[in-house]
Design a protein around this ligand. Sequence first.
Ligand code: SR1
Length: 347
Amino acid sequence: MPRSLLFAAGALLTAALAAPAAAATGLAGAPPPFDKGGVKVALVNYISAGDFFQAYSTGAQRQAQALGIDLRIFEGKQDAAEQREQIERAISLGVQGIIVNHGLPESIKDEVQKALDAGIKVVAFDVDVDNPKVPQVEQSDHELARVALAAALATNGDHFKAGYVYVAGFAPLDRRDEVWRETKAAHPGIVELAQWGVVDSTTAASVANQTAAVLRAHPDIQVVFAPYDEFARGVKLAADEAGYDKKLRIYSADISTSDIEAIREPDSPWVATAATNPAVVGEVSVRALALLLAGQDPGHSVLVKPVLISRDDLEKNDIHNVEELATKLRAFGHSDAAQAAWIPTAE
Ligand code: SR1
């Protein structure tokens, strides 16, 4: 079999294996098409690796199951060409809806338009396909960055030497970057000594390697703004190895159980993060698409609000994992975004 066919067969198999049985019976009291069941939807990812994206996918599956949706998941490998092909494949599978999770806008806009032209409803999470028919789900990224940077200013004052981890071209990182620039402009005592970053299949390890070189060149960095947990994990790894743990403070975005463990380590330089529950964001994405499929309007911008999580909060409230965080902090464990009375709660 040619390589391309083998690949296509493998990807379809991944999608098929990920699909729960479609509810043939439908949901009592729900609007069409959910009243009859058999609704087929695709989740097309640009990135699947890492805690955030794993939890996002789990949340999407949970909400899909509650709605009786047959959800086909396409694995993301940070490959723009592959994501285009996956949207094509979703269209030919005959899905009624597609969730596009991250991606490079220029490489998928026309594919999204093709799906819309075929009568397929589309929702985008963290990628701006610049189309009024496509609702945008996001984690209020401006607020997320503001909250994390407010924590940095509260502890470190507004005169410090900073490092910044950033990769342009990802909508959430670009929005967080706007706030970082505003913050530096408002507080000229913040001096950015270095900027670095990479997003690949091993982001934390790659950022750790870069950070080691940065810290050798700029041992006087006091604060690192790393607004993606894979970035923060990489910075922490390098700081630990170089013995910087008491000199450096890391402020980030996102949270997972392994992040909580890393933040709670004695003398951890990772002191605070601003985050939503990624599983809840996955649920919200599926609900927004379900509303569209039912002819209801989720709004063009569907926002999930972040909360600040500091090491002190985790210790004081005896929180060791994401489940405990969700139970003890309702604003983290729950979102009212894209809700309707007929949509069952994800279990
Ligand atoms: C490469 S973009 C990474 C970000 O996407 C999601 O918005 C997560 O919050 C993560 O920080």
